[in-house]
Design a binder for this molecule. Structure first.
Ligand SMILES: [Zn+2]
Length: 76
């Protein structure tokens, strides 16, 4: 399974993708998955990554592969 994916023309690791969504550094990230949804802005594929922005929290982030659209879902 390839861990790295191309997002907006750049190869990113799960942690780097989480950082793009979060806007700052994150502690840890799970492997990138395809989300079962299309980008509401451009209709392209949306990726999903679970990550820990801090020691006590875990969230799921979504990011369009082709544009700036991103969303964070709190799992709590
Ligand atoms: Zn998009």
């Amino acid at each position: 399974m390839a861990d790295n994916r191309v997002v907006q023309g750049r190869m990113v690791t799960p942690k780097r993708l989480a950082e793009l969504i979060e806007g700052e550094s994150v502690m840890d990230a799970e492997p990138i998955e395809d989300a079962d949804r299309d980008c509401p802005d451009c209709g392209e594929n949306v990726l999903k990554v679970g990550y820990m922005p801090g020691v006590t929290s875990f969230v799921t982030g979504y990011k369009c592969q082709e544009c700036d659209w991103a969303e964070i879902e709190d799992d709590d």
